[in-house]
Unconditional design. Sequence first.
Length: 225
Amino acid sequence: FKMAAADVIDNSKQENGHSEAQTAILPKRHQLRQSWTYWYLNDNRAMNWEDRLKKICTFNTVEDFWALYNNIKTPSQLNVTCDYNVFKHGIDPMWEVPENAKGGRWLINIDKGRAEVMDVIWLEILIAIIGEQFGEDMDMICGLVANVRAKGSKISVWTRDHSNEAANMRIGNVIKQKLLSAPVADRLKPVFDVIRYEDHDSCQHKTSSSIKAKLSITAVDIAAP
């Protein structure tokens, strides 16, 4: 694949032989049901947001995904204010585009200092999304976003219709189950306390502390009174 953003390449992986092993031509390709585009937002705040956003590559097989993933930095290795976005091919990772305009996101906040948790959450949800593990609700999913921030990073799953609470709740419950079964050390469990669903319109016009969640799911089930 042709890289559009050289600063996301993990040179250590290339130097130790991962690149050659992962990009070798294989006799059989395992096709994904659709194509996905991996995007990168750099940390140059002097540039316009649109100019900071670059396509890394588009993939549509399991082998091409791993060839990409195993040769780029994980989210926790990116500089502060950088983002990764993985969206269905043809959907730009922006609130304004038609597929996202009436949508929202399941948001997972990650405390500063829990970098290894961020990478586990990212990969678990990414595999679930490109592997279409959300059943009938896959059409609702637009993409996945990782925001690397100094005060605490975020990972979010974007859906296309914030008003479809039933579908969004099903998606949220799949996310919960994937994260609760994620392969992490006991000292890191649970990898999240609560995930919140917010509509994009509220996110654009309010500060993060004033956004009211439309839906929420806790890692530990709260017993009814």
